[in-house]
Ligand binder design. Structure first.
Ligand SMILES: NC(=O)c1ccc[n+]([C@@H]2O[C@H](COP(=O)([O-])OP(=O)(O)OC[C@H]3O[C@@H](n4cnc5c(N)ncnc54)[C@H](O)[C@@H]3O)[C@@H](O)[C@H]2O)c1
Ligand SMILES: [Zn+2]
Length: 382
């Protein structure tokens, strides 16, 4: 089948990644339908202008049986991007939208025997507990998430699970143990496992793309719970310091959104990734402090970041994706971090009403126990 005339459903297609997937597919000659409920936290002003007229838009919830059934009609490939994400305090909503929504979609495809030819599901590096690490003695190890008692003492390091030595970060391969240490991470595990194992049962090729931290134009400037680059930009533009958790030296692998869209197209068109979880990232780690500085420099707004001993239990210290699997299938990211940040800033400068929503959100996260603070000497006792 040639791409021309192929029909795609992009769930979450009004969002950051989904909208870029939709645009790329259109340029490649696909017919595109988007299902998106315009989650208010992300889209405070309703349907965003980038959902083009050449895209069939269904406003509705992936959890609604009738809506998702209608959205799946006459579709060749599903790009399942819709999800509830970030560090929000809701628990049931993650499970309902991410886990249940995916399960029900698969059930409908099977019940109705729909002629879907492939499903690409958005998974995340959040499925890993802690990034892979190198122990001076034991080589490559897969440490567990750091215990909260350790973090309360302000010890941010990652210890070897065998000898407790301090480790250094190593690229994380897909074979690393997965589990999810946040409710969000847990539901991303559900989504990818459901899709991959169900696909094998039914005989429909599936791919689970474990995205690294993704950023770029269209990333919500309203949502204070997700997207560190967007949050730092809105803070600085409001003359407020970026807030760094831990000591700011934790590292992440950042992907420009157009690269992630290309990975989706590759997963749909190649059969090399079928049936697999696949890391998508740059393969390079950048510290959060470094990112804050890069944004400051690019904006020309220099405010010393705030580091106040706060941390988020369950958050990993280091994560760099081992991208060998997807590179072997032909993937090569094209936009580096400095260029990507510039492109995001060009976009954000054109947005009206860049307000700070983070301060209020930070208070909520503290009160709900999602953000903690290191214990003072007195609190630690004797
Ligand atoms: N951005 C990242 O850093 C990142 C990293 C790893 C994985 N992911 C995954 O990628 C996918 C897309 O994320 P994004 O960054 O584009 O987020 P986003 O919030 O910009 O987009 C998600 C879209 O899904 C829609 N949506 C949410 N709940 C819905 C529901 N119940 N029904 C229909 N639509 C719904 C939202 O309105 C939004 O437009 C998600 O599955 C996310 O978990 C993102
Ligand atoms: Zn060791």
């Amino acid at each position: 089948m040639t791409a021309h005339g192929k029909r795609a459903l992009v769930s979450g297609g009004a969002g950051l990644i989904g909208s870029h997937v939709a645009d790329l597919l259109r340029r490649e000659g696909w017919r595109v339908r988007v299902l998106d409920n315009l989650e208010p936290q992300t889209h405070r002003k309703g349907k965003p202008p980038w959902v083009g007229n050449d895209i069939e838009f269904i406003e509705g919830d992936v959890v609604d049986r009738g809506t998702i059934t209608a959205a799946l009609a006459n579709i060749d490939v599903v790009f399942h991007q819709a999800a509830y994400g970030g560090y929000m305090p809701e628990i049931a909503k993650y499970v309902r939208v991410n886990s249940f929504g995916t399960a029900q979609m698969l059930e409908i495809i099977r019940e109705q025997n729909l002629p879907i030819k492939k499903i690409v599901v958005a998974s995340s590096q959040a499925v890993y507990s802690e990034g892979a690490a190198t122990c001076p003695e034991h080589g490559l190890v897969f440490p567990d998430v750091r215990p909260i008692e350790q973090l309360q003492l302000g010890d941010w390091s990652v210890h070897c699970p065998i000898c407790q030595a301090v480790t250094t970060s190593a690229p994380t391969p897909e074979r690393a143990p997965i589990g999810g240490e946040t409710v969000y991470g847990l539901t991303k595990v559900d989504q990818e496992k459901l899709v991959l194992l169900w696909g094998k049962q039914i005989g429909i090729p599936t791919v689970a793309l474990r995205y690294s931290c993704t950023y770029g134009p269209r990333q919500s400037i309203f949502n204070p719970y997700t997207g560190v680059i967007a949050i730092f930009c809105t803070r600085l533009l409001n003359d407020l310091p970026p807030v760094l958790y831990e000591d700011g030296e934790q590292t992440r692998d950042f992907s420009f959104v157009e690269d992630i869209a290309r990975a989706n197209l590759l997963a749909a068109e190649s059969d090399k990734l079928d049936g697999l979880p696949v890391n998508v990232g740059s393969g390079e780690g950048a510290s959060i402090r470094q990112v804050a500085e890069q944004i400051s420099d690019a904006l020309g707004i220099h405010i010393t970041p705030e580091v106040n001993g706060e941390f988020r239990p369950g958050e990993m210290r280091h994560l760099t994706s081992d991208t060998e699997r997807i590179r072997a299938a032909g993937y090569a990211p094209q936009v580096d971090l400095a260029t990507g940040i510039r492109r995001y800033l060009d976009w954000i400068r054109q947005q009206a009403d860049v307000r700070d929503y983070f301060s209020e959100a930070a208070n909520i996260l503290r009160s709900k126990g999602i953000v903690h603070r290191v214990k003072s000497r007195g609190e630690r006792g004797g």
